[in-house]
Design a protein around this ligand. Sequence first.
Ligand SMILES: [Zn+2]
Length: 202
Amino acid sequence: MPRASTTPSLPEQLPVAILESNPHSCFLLTESLDFAYCNSSWDRFAGENGGGTEVFASHVLSRKFLDFVPLDLRDFYAGLFAAARAGAQIMQHEYQCSSPTDFRVFRMDIYPLQAGRGFAVFNSLKVEHPHTQAALGPSDATYKNENGLIRMCSNCRRSSRVDNPDVWDWVPSHLDRHDVTHGICELCLDYYYRAYRKHKPA
Ligand SMILES: [Zn+2]
């Protein structure tokens, strides 16, 4: 790939703590897209969506991710992983996954790890829907800190919640705002900068 020479080296792995701190389902796949790890939010999310015990983490581990994707979408998802690997780049995809009470859209981010080490997959709630605005935001109270600023990751541009700063939501309307302070989320810090720091002289 022409861009390979400028792509920073990919991490070998991501700390489990980063996947565990995410309130949505996150998982690791092997290079051949078998489940290697599901975070503890996985079962809660699976339960909420009426999946039954056959989709609980203990049942999906070692099975193929694509077996859990509707047949019509398998080529599409396989293509996302192939593109992430080929370009050494994060692939993003938005999908609807409503609960019985809320219309919800999630963003899936597929992070390629080093070749042969598989992929990390993170889901973030995309907060941008008027019908659920009262329940989910993007009310300023959810995101504005004591200084009246929204803390946004300068890399992935997700916004941190005030009541739980480890939760980062994708709030598109925040991208146009000026009352923003920038930081970096744990995921971006680890994914992009750990390998860089490791290779940099202290
Ligand atoms: Zn980030």
